[in-house]
Ligand binder design. Structure first.
Ligand code: TXA
Ligand code: MG
Length: 333
């Protein structure tokens, strides 16, 4: 199968929307990461997504819609705090998990009786979904376990030959996936940290319980190995003053014949000397924006060890740390 990359003009979006409606799968940009979309009401199309990604089928998919008016047809009820999140943050990088109606096939939800719903802020995504005329279920458009894609090229690198079409919408603004919120009654719970900061959500709905990723059954996706480049990834135990640790460990690996690279904030990057470094930006938001792309770059440039600076968990720092912890698989320095 030849994989075609399409510019995001109306003609191409109409063509890709038709592919979706007919049961094909299409990768498309969102403000968080690229998604691999299929018709959420068509079981075969959903199965194609799992198979192209090599994704375990008990890991449910997020259903993407273009308009708030489409929510009522898909869920049985909307608790008041879910409604408040929908009103305040959608479209945007947030996903709500609600009791599903029967119209959603259980292959989409990995057998769960809830469905994850999201309205992307990205105009191209919404236009494509609207033109397709169906809800579009989409996981991130990477091969399972690889870092999520934030450019069309990342998608192509992983899925060339496995899907027909990629819509190219340039670089994703946010760079980490959406924040996933579930509900017990009307009580919100954070199932996955992501592109909308917890503090912002709490300003609207009050305290949100943070579910540790070890309580896996709640958000099945969190139990799998994730975001890993081929290199061994290490993260610093400390957030401040990581410079000395990063440089010392870097030098040790170099001596052992490894090819290390450091990923850190701008402030730290200035003190790394002549060592190989990827500057992740001046803020945690920039770190979130750049992290996946840098992990992929480390593969392209054949680094064997990636040493990452940890950050504190305010704002998008929580998402950065969640992704780093998954990528490092417990390797700390
Ligand atoms: O930003 C995003 O959310 C991106 C873009 C493409 O929209 N999508 C994305 O999808 O990150 P994916 O499949 O890589 O992650 C979906 C997460 C998984 O951790 C999954 O377990 C969780 O959402 N999830 C989906 N449905 C769920 C449900 N019914 N209950 C609990 N967790 C659910
Ligand atoms: Mg993913």
């Amino acid at each position: 199968m030849k994989t075609q990359i399409y510019k995001a003009n109306t003609q191409n979006l109409t063509k890709c929307a038709r592919l979706l409606r007919e049961g094909e799968i299409v990768a498309f940009p969102t403000e968080t990461v690229y998604g691999l979309g299929g018709n959420a009401l068509d079981e075969n199309s959903v199965k194609k997504i799992y198979s192209a990604k090599g994704r375990p089928s008990d890991n449910p998919l997020i259903v993407h819609i273009a308009d708030k008016a489409d929510i009522v047809g898909l869920v049985k009820q909307i608790p008041p705090k879910a409604q408040a999140i929908i009103d305040a943050f959608m479209p945007g990088p947030v996903t709500v998990v609600l009791p599903k109606k029967d119209i959603i096939p259980s292959v989409v939800t990995g057998g769960l009786d809830t469905v994850a719903l999201r309205i992307p802020e990205n105009e191209i995504a919404r236009k494509l979904i609207r033109l397709s005329g169906c809800p579009v279920c989409a996981p991130s458009a990477n091969t399972s376990t690889r870092p999520s894609p934030t450019t069309a090229k990342h998608v192509y690198d992983d899925l060339n030959g496995k899907i027909l079409a990629i819509v190219d919408g340039g670089e994703c603004n946010v760079g980490v996936e959406s924040t996933v919120i579930g509900f017990v009654g009307d009580k919100p719970r954070l199932l996955r940290a992501g592109g909308t900061a917890l503090e912002k959500l709490e300003k609207v709905v009050g305290k949100i319980e943070v579910v540790r990723s070890s309580t896996v059954a709640l958000c099945p996706g969190m139990k799998y190995k994730h975001y890993s480049p081929s290199a061994q990834v290490f993260i610093t135990t400390e957030t401040d003053g990581a410079t000395e640790k990063l440089t010392t460990v870097y030098d040790e690996f170099l001596q052992k014949g490894e090819k290390p690279v450091i990923i850190c904030l701008d402030e730290t990057a200035k003190n790394i000397g002549t060592r190989a470094v990827y500057n992740a930006g001046k803020s945690v938001d920039e770190y979130a924006h750049n992290l996946f792309a840098l992990l992929r770059k480390s593969d392209e440039e054949k680094y064997t060890v990636v040493l990452c600076q940890s950050v504190n968990t305010d704002g998008l720092g929580l998402s950065v740390m969640n992704r780093l912890e998954k990528a490092c698989g417990g390797n700390r320095i």
